[in-house]
Write a protein that binds this ligand. Structure first.
Ligand code: ZN
Length: 164
């Protein structure tokens, strides 16, 4: 099922853990509506900004059963499909996070598994959620695998190129 120009529903339902544990991870109409909001308000805009490079969805919907199976909290926005984890291969997750935090409407943005001393532009991924234009909190956090800090890390440049 096509959700928007460049995204299909299956990308948001697909989960290796769900497959392995035989967990049903299918979206209902409410979840499909939330995924659609994410696609139109965030993911399609990100795709345009970063030269139409493919956006790789790592985790979208997680039914309560799946979310518990991977040890995530019961109040995760993935359960209602309001949140998505993604990356654009070979594009700095920090650059993508800066774009979202500056130009887009969103509820919560987390730069996940970020190490300040790493020069790997592919490290970690982006978690972003969308609630509604009226209720989005625009909360921005960085998570290093242990703790959360406010905002995003500083950019580092070398030879005119972003290196983190
Ligand atoms: Zn997430």
């Amino acid at each position: 099922m096509q959700i928007s120009k460049n995204f299909v529903l299956h990308e948001f339902e697909r989960s290796m853990v769900a497959e392995r544990k035989n967990i049903n991870n299918k979206a209902g109409s409410g979840e499909i509506k939330n995924i659609t909001e994410l696609c139109y308000n965030v993911l399609e805009k990100v795709r345009i900004k970063f030269d139409e490079k493919p956006v790789r969805i790592l985790s979208g919907l997680r039914t309560l059963e799946l979310n518990r199976a991977i040890g995530s909290s019961d109040n995760s926005q993935h359960i209602s499909a309001k949140a998505v984890d993604f990356e654009i291969p070979k594009v700095s997750n920090l650059a993508v996070a800066i774009y979202i935090s500056t130009y887009l409407s969103f509820d919560q943005l987390i730069l996940e598994y970020w190490k300040n001393d790493s020069k790997d532009i592919n490290q970690g991924w982006i978690h972003v959620s969308y609630d509604s234009e009226e209720t989005n909190r625009k909360q921005v956090l960085t998570f290093d695998g242990k703790s959360y800090t406010n905002g995003l890390p500083d950019t580092k440049w070398s030879g005119g190129q972003l290196i983190n």
